[in-house]
Design a protein around this ligand. Structure first.
Ligand SMILES: [Mg+2]
Length: 250
């Protein structure tokens, strides 16, 4: 397994990162997606959407045709509203998410979810580095939904920053928000090469490229190794527990 060719692009005019050196740097922040990357919820997220559609909007089959993988929660809910001719105003989004977090909390203990194999070892190895990076979240989950899921699997506490689905509906913009929060946290402008994004979908790879970050793709189910490799991540693996973290971060 080798990292692909250097893809450290030149920052665009007007981009604050253009003042940052283009030289290779150590990774200072690792941003994790949640579903399919840190955990597999046993379908709790999708089922919570289904129950919400039924209980709060009387649309029991209203989520059947929606695409979930890699999308932000608000984007999925907007698709549900459009498909079911429900007004996409703020009160309906609030109503949806109020019910959604209830169902998520209810369903998680009743389904057979798990941590993604190898992810605990990867996190342990990252934290054991002589200069450990900050661990953050870059997820389409709303913040409370992310917390409910990760607390259930004992994975909420390690994360020091995050960009969530209630910060923005567009995942690429979420990556920009995560980048800005990383810079604020470290009190300096970071080059994209100092950030590693870890995800399991093509949209994770795409949003990482928007901030010129390194990308590790994990083939945990949503996409095959071949599909992920076709999108040219820096690394693509099935089990992240066997990665040499110095190679990821140096
Ligand atoms: Mg995912």
């Amino acid at each position: 397994m080798e990292r692909n060719d250097d893809k450290c692009g030149v920052a665009e005019r007007g981009d604050p990162r253009q003042k940052v050196t283009q030289a290779a740097s150590r990774v200072r922040v690792v941003l994790f997606d949640i579903d399919g990357t840190l955990i597999q919820s046993g379908g709790a997220g999708m089922k919570a959407f289904e129950r919400t559609a039924s209980s709060a909007f009387n649309a029991p089959n209203g989520t059947k045709t929606l695409q979930f993988a890699g999308r932000t929660d608000r984007s999925i809910v907007r698709g549900f509203f459009e498909a079911n001719r429900i007004q996409p105003h703020a009160a309906n989004f609030q109503r949806f998410f109020d019910h959604y977090v209830f169902w998520l909390d209810h369903l998680l203990p009743r389904l057979s979810g798990r941590r993604v194999p190898g992810i605990t070892r990867l996190m342990t190895n990252l934290r054991a580095l002589s200069e450990p990076p900050l661990l953050g979240l870059l997820t389409g989950n709303i913040r409370l939904g992310a917390e409910i899921k990760l607390r259930h699997f004992g994975l909420w506490e390690p994360f020091q920053l995050g960009a969530f689905g209630d910060n923005h509906e567009d995942r690429d913009t979420l990556a920009e928000i995560a980048y800005q929060r990383s810079c604020e946290r470290l009190n300096r402008q970071l080059h994209g090469n100092e950030i590693l994004v870890i995800g399991d979908t093509l949209l994770d790879i795409q949003c990482a490229r928007k901030i010129e970050a390194r990308v590790l793709a994990i083939a945990s189910g949503a996409f095959s190794l071949e599909q992920l490799r076709a999108a040219n991540p820096d690394w693509a693996v099935e089990d992240p527990g066997h990665l040499w973290v110095n190679e990821l971060c140096q």
